[in-house]
Ligand binder design. Sequence first.
Ligand SMILES: NC(=O)c1ccc[n+]([C@@H]2O[C@H](COP(=O)([O-])OP(=O)(O)OC[C@H]3O[C@@H](n4cnc5c(N)ncnc54)[C@H](OP(=O)(O)O)[C@@H]3O)[C@@H](O)[C@H]2O)c1
Length: 177
Amino acid sequence: MNVNENAVMRISLIAAVADNGVIGKDNDLVWSLPDDMSFFKASTRGRHVIMGRKNYESIPHKYRPLPGRTNIILSRNAEYDASSAKRSPSLESALDTARNAGETDCFIIGGGQIYKIALELDVVDTMYITHVHGTPEGDAFFPEFDSSLWEMQVIDDHPADERHEFSFTICAYHRIK
Ligand SMILES: NC(=O)c1ccc[n+]([C@@H]2O[C@H](COP(=O)([O-])OP(=O)(O)OC[C@H]3O[C@@H](n4cnc5c(N)ncnc54)[C@H](OP(=O)(O)O)[C@@H]3O)[C@@H](O)[C@H]2O)c1
């Protein structure tokens, strides 16, 4: 059972995942895909975004906290200084923070550890996954998931071009309750 089934806040996860499951390397992304970044920005604008401490630290100082969004950083370290972002000790408490603020559409934005916790807790209503058609080397991965629990919808197919090293397909996976 999806534990979020009675909540009014929609919980989405958003990720870009290579064909081999890689999402990052050396605490950085392994591609530059500006049009996918635009999709990320448009999807999350004005929303609560929940991310792991490593993901947060991978964002260049001048871009963090991510502007125009309420940033919540997950860290078990109570002393962690997330500057103007909020720190939360668990995903459940981060979701409560967003819910209590009246959020209706909250986004879990990675990285690998946080995606895994979100799927294990079974709190995600929709996964927006950009399938990046390549097999780069990496050390951070998207968790395996049971595709029979999700209904997949293709949002956009994007070719490789001079600005995009890889072609990619943006999909929405809706949890079948
Ligand atoms: N392709 C994509 O869409 C995408 C998106 C986001 C990130 N990334 C990439 O993913 C990589 C980072 O992912 P990652 O898996 O290494 O790290 P992460 O998930 O970003 O962050 C891990 C940290 O989150 C905290 N944490 C983990 N579980 C927790 C829990 N249950 N409760 C509270 N805090 C918890 C811990 O922080 P403390 O150690 O402080 O306790 C842990 O060290 C980078 O390479 C980044 O570029 C890719």
